[in-house]
Design a protein around this ligand. Structure first.
Ligand code: NAP
Length: 272
């Protein structure tokens, strides 16, 4: 029941109406009996938005495209992981002080590790944006050998320098060797579901292939990988696990992961 004590959380981004954050987090608040609501805010002016967050006492934010790096100068503090990655996807309002975190990294690692042992593996990450950086950073920390493939070379080289890793042109992926291949670009996301960021030759039998897109459940990238004998992981577990981390940061409680997963799956299956 929304009343005079209801606390407000939300996701900021542009566009943001596709976000399933509200479905996931409101299901979690309900399940845990927390008097809070999570909304989607499609914003154009980040500075004004942050002023509003402070003055209205909004308790926490998810941050999505295109603000994950732009938000940093407006925050009072950041944890070491977000600072290292250079991208924030979560803000906690600690009595008026806004602190930035990055839960994409932990979400991606947990999604991978529940399906495969990543120790000593070589991972190729397609994309050098906010998500690609977070995944590259956490896998590097976990001791994997990393290769970055990206459309724009400058952006990729910047990430490769900070990770101390190799760069490969997207067109050369069929010649690359890797145990794990991850799509961290939006290519193949609904409604453009019939495209893939790579040709089928990039997939080698036995590879673990993860797409961080979760709408659709099975992208063309994953469908082709499966026909080539790869083990595939869709973007839903990462989304749920990064959300569970956010819930923990905001409330100090364990997230009701099964309930969050069910709510998001149901919404995706309904097609709305
Ligand atoms: P971003 O910062 O905008 O980066 C996008 C990346 O994709 C860039 O490397 C960009 O390359 C590349 N790219 C974009 N369009 C491309 C195209 N047509 N062909 C080849 N490469 C292209 O976005 P992000 O925050 O990293 O998010 C990327 C995707 O991950 C989005 O679909 C987002 O929804 C998803 N995501 C999922 C989760 C999850 O929990 N499952 C979490 C975070 C993000 P350039 O550098 O050349 O522009």
């Amino acid at each position: 029941m929304i009343d005079q004590y209801t606390e407000v959380y939300g996701v900021i981004g542009n566009p943001v109406r596709h976000s399933l954050g509200p479905v996931m987090h409101n299901a979690a608040f309900r399940e845990k009996g927390i008097n809070a609501v999570y909304l989607a805010f499609e914003i154009t002016d980040l500075k004004d938005c942050i002023k509003g967050v402070r003055s209205l006492g909004i308790k926490g934010l998810s941050v999505t495209i295109p603000f994950k790096s732009d938000i940093i100068p407006f925050l009072d503090d950041m944890d070491d992981l977000a600072e290292g990655i250079g991208a924030v996807n979560t803000v906690v309002n600690e009595k008026g002080r806004l602190k930035g975190h990055n839960t994409d990294a932990a979400g991606a690692l947990r999604a991978l590790e529940e399906k495969t042992d990543v120790s000593g593996k070589r991972a190729i990450i397609i994309g050098a944006g906010g998500a690609g950086r977070a995944i590259g950073f956490v896998l590097k920390q976990r001791g994997l050998e990393i290769v970055i493939a990206n459309r724009s070379v400058d952006r990729a080289m910047q990430l490769c320098r900070s990770l101390g890793c190799e760069f490969i042109q997207l067109d050369n992926l069929p010649d690359a060797h890797g145990d794990i291949l991850i799509n961290a670009t939006p290519v193949g996301m609904s409604p453009d579901m019939d495209i893939s960021p790579v040709s089928e030759k990039a997939f080698k039998e036995g590879m673990v292939v993860m797409d961080i897109i979760y709408n659709p459940f099975k992208t063309r990238f994953l469908a082709v990988a499966e026909t080539r004998g790869c083990m595939v992981i869709n973007g839903l577990p990462m989304f749920i696990y990064q959300g569970a981390e956010q819930f923990g940061l905001w409330t100090g409680l364990d997230a009701p992961i099964a309930v969050m997963n069910e709510a998001v799956k149901k919404r995706l299956a309904s097609g709305s």
